[in-house]
Design a protein around this ligand. Sequence first.
Ligand code: NAD
Length: 294
Amino acid sequence: MASIAFIGLGNMGNPMAANLVKAGHTVLGFDLITENLETATKNGVTVMASAAAAVKDAEVVITMLPAGKHVLSVYADIAPKAGKGALFIDSSTIDVESARKAHEIAAQHGLLSIDAPVSGGVGGAEAGTLTFMAGGSADAFAKASPILEPMAGRVVHCGDGGAGQAAKICNNMILGISMIAVGEAFVLAEKLGLSHQALFDVASTSSGQCWSLTSYCPVPGPVPASPANRDYKPGFAAGLMLKDLKLAQEAAQSAGAATPLGAEAAQLYTLFNAMGHEGTDFSGIINFLRGRQS
Ligand code: NAD
């Protein structure tokens, strides 16, 4: 069992750290918010006075922070203080460029590192069924795999440093675009007098089939577990979807990739968020699409 420092004990970090404790690891945690530290203590995490104190004797350091700037500032603080041979795992969703810089900071201090963003949300974090998308050397990935295991349903090695973040934003760009496509199809069906169930029964077994339709259907009824059945309570909040779509656009611009539908999806989610829906499930965009077309 390992000694693991966990920095960033928010909605995702706290249940992830709890699963590491349950697996028998010693987890030393730090966050800036007192309430989150209290939850961590209840989960069996040993709360430390600073990130530097948490990493001092840790074999593995996991960060679960809001954005690239937080990861880079925490890495600059803790990398010089970590023990020799420590492995750094960043599971935050951040831009590819910052992820690569984080790997550089780790390498400058002789530390192994992987970027390992997740999909599966808070539910997956609690259940220990997250999908981890990892970028980094084969050596770092081999060391990280058993550590990630208690938090994971699946762990995929996507390539070198930054490849995990690249996979995450490409996947979520598909998700954002496909949710808008499914929403538009239901809005059109309503105008044409076609029932939600009829469209679902056809499209879910035809060429229109996709996860946004069959697992996360944006109208109530056909998929009872989807957020549409609980007034679009997240789930995956529209604010986080917009974050990922913006990261995809930044990456597309710096890599010179044409992503016109990704750009349009980012624009539509920007408008949806600006109307006060940051905390609404991202499938709630169907109500915005209905409004635009009426
Ligand atoms: P959150 O805001 O609940 O948690 C982030 C935590 O980081 C906060 O508790 C904050 O206090 C802490 N923090 C910030 N700066 C810090 C510092 N310098 N030192 C220590 N702690 C610091 O966010 P979350 O929902 O847990 O998401 C974390 C990351 O996971 C984000 O990058 C997000 O995009 C990604 N993610 C979230 C979900 C989700 O459904 N919530 C799903 C997949 C990926």
